[in-house]
Design a binder for this molecule. Structure first.
Ligand code: C2E
Ligand code: MG
Ligand code: MG
Length: 589
C-alpha cells in the first residue's frame, strides 16, 4: 500500500467530504482510516506527506491530515509548501503529546489544526467536522450508508479469469498468487431477526474493513457483480474473497490475513448494538499448489471452512491434509448421528459448593461422549458439531431428561435436595417447542421445577433481546432458575442484566485462573461480584482449582464455587459418594 499512489479508498459516498490521510505509521493510518470511514468520511490514503502533496491537485480533498511530525519530518515542510498550492480548507497536523514546538511551527507554516496522539478516529472525525464547519458551511458527512461492495450482477467466470491472469503474471515474475477467503462465523445467528438492511449494512462494514486490510492492487471481486474491476467477492453471503498477486513470500498472505482478523476484532454495530463477529480465514497459494484457478479458489474456501470448524484464531493455509481432516470430521458427524441411539452418551456431574457452609447445593450436568474407537470425546469438540447439524435438539432433550431423572432419584434416595444445572445451547433455545418439551420432561420425571436451572450464554442476548426475555420469563414463571454461563467472555454490554429474569451469574474460569496473581483479574472479579450483589444475583466462580483462589473468593463474598478444587465432573454414582461425604476437604479447617 505504501508505494501505491493515493486513491480515494473510501466507500463511494460522493456527497461525503474527502479527507486525505497521510499518517506516517501504517497501523495508525489503518486505524484512523477505519474510524473516519465509519464516521462517514471518504478517505484517501498516502504513505507520507510527500505522497500526499503530489496527490493534492488530483484529489482536491476537503481536509488533509499529516504527521505525526516526529515520525514524518516531511510533514512540516509539506505544510509550508501548501500555501503555494492552494491548500485544502483544513490542514491538520498530528503531533506527539506535548510537542509544542512542532505545533507552533505547523501553524507558522500553514496548518489550520493540530491533534496530539494518541488519538481515536472518532475524535479526529469530530475535529475535522468542526474545523470544516468553521471554515465554510460544509455539510456534515452522512454516515456512509452505501455498500462498499459494488452493485450489479456478474458471475464466477469474471472472477476466475481475473484470477487466471493474476496467477500467470505472478508466476512469470517468479512470484506467487494467492486467494484468501474470509468466512464470517455465526453470521446468521447474529443477524437473526435483523432484516435485510441490517445484514447488508453489516456486510458492507465487513467489506470496508477488508478493504482497509489489503493493498490497492490486490484484486477483489464479488460474485454477483459485473464490473471487471470490482474489488470484493462475496461468495455465499457471509463469505468474502480476496485475490492477491505479486506476492513475494507465501507467508506474507498470512500477514494480510492476520491484519484482516485484527481489523475484524473490533466490535460491529448490528441493529444499534455493538457485537463481535468472528472471522475464519483460509488461504491457498499458487504455484505452491499446482491448481487451476477454480481449484485455488476452492482450496481457499476449504481452508476457510476448516478454520471455521476448528475455530482457528489464525489464518489457515490449504494443504491436502486438510481434506483428510475434513473427511475425519465428516465421519465424526456421521458417528454423532448414531451415538444417541447407540447409548454412547453419559452425564457427569460437578458439584457447586456454597462457600460459607461448604455444602454441595448444586450440580452441573456435563455431557460425555464415549466413542467406540476414539474413546472419550470432549464436549468442546462435539457440542458445536451437534449444534451445526441440529443434533443438539434431540441430544439436549436426552440430557435434560437424564439430568432431571438423576436429580429426582437422588432426592428419592434421601439426599438433601439440590439444584441441577443443565447447559442450554442457543440452538435449543431458538427451537420452537422447547418450553413444552421442558414441561413434559419435568412432568415425566416428577422433578419440581425449582430444582432445575438452565445455564445460558451471553450470545443469546446479542440478537433479539426482547424475544429472549419473553422466553426466559416463561421459564422463570414455571419456577426454573436461570444462570448466565461463562460470564464476561461474550457480550460487552451489561445493560441486559437488569432486563433479564436471571438468578445467577457464573464468572468464567478465565478470570478465576489468574485471580490470585493478576490484579486486573481480581479487580474484574470484585466488580462482577459487587454488581451482582446490587442486582440481587447470586455468583458462582467457575474453574476454582486452588485454595488461594477460594480464600480470595471468600473475602470477596462470592456465593458459590465450582472447580477441580472440590471435584472434577464425575459419574452419578461417584457424585452420590460426594453427597454422602462430609464437607469437601478443601473446606475442612
Ligand atoms: P461449561 O458449561 O462452562 O462447563 C464447565 C467446563 O469447565 C467443563 O468442561 C468442566 O469440566 C470444566 N471445569 C470445571 N472445573 C474446572 C476447573 O477447576 N479447571 C478447569 N480447567 N476446568 C474446569 P467440559 O465438561 O469439557 O465442558 C465444556 C463445555 O462444553 C461446557 O462449558 C459447555 O459449554 C459445553 N457442554 C458440556 N456439557 C454440555 C451439555 O450437556 N449441553 C450443552 N449444550 N453444552 C455442554
Ligand atoms: Mg455450564
Ligand atoms: Mg462455564
Amino acid at each position: 500500500m505504501d508505494q501505491s499512489p493515493p486513491t480515494p479508498a473510501g466507500p463511494a459516498q460522493r456527497t461525503a467530504p474527502l479527507v486525505l490521510l497521510a499518517a506516517a505509521q501504517a497501523a495508525l493510518r489503518a486505524k484512523l482510516h477505519l474510524e473516519l470511514e465509519r464516521a462517514g468520511w471518504r478517505v484517501a490514503l498516502a504513505a507520507d506527506a510527500a505522497a500526499a502533496l503530489s496527490a493534492l491537485e488530483r484529489l482536491e480533498p476537503d481536509a488533509l491530515v499529516l504527521g505525526p511530525a516526529d515520525a514524518d519530518p516531511a510533514a512540516l515542510a509539506a505544510c509550508a509548501s501548501l500555501r503555494r498550492r492552494g491548500a485544502p480548507r483544513v490542514v491538520l497536523l498530528l503531533t506527539a503529546q506535548g510537542d509544542t514546538a512542532a505545533i507552533e511551527r505547523a501553524f507558522d507554516v500553514g496548518a489550520t489544526e493540530f491533534a496530539a496522539l494518541p488519538l481515536g478516529g472518532v475524535e479526529l472525525a469530530l475535529r475535522l467536522r468542526f474545523a470544516l464547519r468553521g471554515v465554510a458551511a460544509a455539510a456534515s458527512p452522512e454516515p456512509a450508508g452505501e455498500s462498499a461492495l459494488s452493485p450489479g450482477p456478474s458471475e464466477i467466470g469474471g472472477l476466475l479469469s481475473q484470477l487466471r491472469v493474476a496467477m500467470e503474471q505472478s508466476a512469470a515474475k517468479g512470484r506467487h498468487a494467492a486467494v484468501l477467503c474470509a468466512e464470517l462465523v455465526r453470521f446468521k445467528e447474529l443477524t437473526a431477526g435483523q432484516g435485510e438492511d441490517a445484514c447488508e449494512a453489516l456486510l458492507a462494514d465487513v467489506a470496508r474493513r477488508l478493504r482497509v486490510g489489503i493493498r490497492d492492487h490486490d484484486v477483489l471481486a464479488r460474485l454477483g457483480c459485473a464490473a471487471a474491476d470490482v474489488r470484493f467477492a462475496r461468495l455465499r453471503g457471509d463469505e468474502f474473497c480476496v485475490m492477491l498477486r505479486d506476492v513475494q513470500d507465501p507467508s506474507d498472505v498470512a500477514k494480510v490475513g492476520q491484519r484482516i482478523l485484527d481489523l475484524m476484532a473490533e466490535p460491529f454495530v448490528v441493529g444499534g448494538r455493538e457485537t463481535c463477529l468472528a472471522v475464519s480465514i483460509g488461504i491457498a497459494c499458487f504455484p505452491d499448489l499446482a491448481l487451476s484457478a477454480e481449484g485455488l479458489l476452492e482450496a481457499a474456501e476449504k481452508a476457510a471452512y476448516c478454520a471455521k470448524q476448528e475455530r482457528a484464531a489464525v489464518p489457515l493455509y490449504y494443504t491436502p491434509a486438510l481434506d483428510h481432516r475434513a473427511a475425519k470430521r465428516l465421519a465424526l458427524e456421521v458417528d454423532l448421528r448414531h451415538a444417541l441411539e447407540r447409548g454412547q452418551f453419559a452425564l457427569h456431574y460437578q458439584p457447586q459448593v456454597e462457600i460459607q457452609s461448604g455444602r454441595i447445593v448444586g450440580a452441573e450436568a456435563l455431557v460425555r461422549w464415549f466413542h467406540p474407537e476414539r474413546g472419550r470425546i470432549s464436549p468442546l469438540e462435539f457440542v458445536p458439531l451437534a449444534e451445526e447439524t441440529g443434533l443438539i435438539v434431540p441430544l439436549g432433550e436426552w440430557i435434560l431428561r437424564e439430568a432431571c431423572r438423576q436429580n429426582k432419584s437422588w432426592q428419592q434416595a434421601g439426599f438433601a435436595p439440590l439444584r441441577i444445572s443443565v447447559n442450554l445451547s442457543p440452538v435449543q433455545f431458538r427451537q420452537p417447542g422447547l418450553f413444552e418439551s421442558v414441561e413434559r420432561v419435568l412432568q415425566e420425571t416428577g422433578l419440581d421445577a425449582r430444582w432445575l436451572e438452565f445455564e445460558i450464554t451471553e450470545t443469546l442476548f446479542m440478537s433479539r433481546l426482547d424475544a429472549a426475555i419473553a422466553q426466559l420469563k416463561r421459564f422463570r414463571d414455571m419456577g426454573v432458575h436461570l444462570s448466565v454461563d461463562d460470564f464476561g467472555t461474550g457480550y460487552s454490554s451489561l445493560s441486559y442484566l437488569k432486563r433479564l429474569p436471571l438468578d445467577t451469574i457464573k464468572i468464567d474460569q478465565s478470570f478465576i485462573r489468574e485471580l490470585a496473581t493478576s490484579s486486573a483479574d481480581s479487580a474484574l472479579v470484585t466488580a462482577i461480584i459487587l454488581m451482582c450483589r446490587s442486582l440481587k444475583l447470586s455468583v458462582v466462580a467457575e474453574g476454582v482449582e486452588t485454595r488461594s483462589q477460594l480464600a480470595l473468593l471468600r473475602i470477596l463474598q462470592c456465593d458459590q464455587i465450582q472447580g477441580y478444587l472440590v471435584s472434577r465432573p464425575v459419574p452419578a454414582e461417584e457424585f452420590a459418594g460426594l453427597l454422602s461425604g462430609a464437607v469437601p476437604q478443601a473446606f475442612a479447617a
